[in-house]
Design a protein around this ligand. Structure first.
Ligand code: SF4
Length: 69
């Protein structure tokens, strides 16, 4: 299917990705300063839908199945 020529789709700039990473890092540092428990899923080997069926993913702070990436 052809895309209509009047739609201007620009590729996502690498700056957008960098900004999101910086925002995420700020959020992590803020949580850490508040003393919030560490969210495990972001560093877990099983953090994808077909491997982990835990309904609380990705905001789990205690998990018996956790395996570091
Ligand atoms: S196994 Fe536990 S820590 Fe790992 S992704 Fe699933 S819920 Fe998160």
């Amino acid at each position: 299917m052809r895309r209509p020529s009047n739609i201007n789709v620009e590729p996502q700039s690498p700056d957008n990705n960098r900004d999101m990473k910086n925002l995420k890092t700020l959020w992590w540092n803020f949580r850490k300063k508040l003393g919030s428990p560490k969210l495990l899923c972001d560093s877990c080997e099983y953090d994808y839908p077909s491997a982990c069926h835990n309904s609380k993913r990705p905001n789990v702070t205690v998990c018996q199945d956790y395996k570091k990436r």
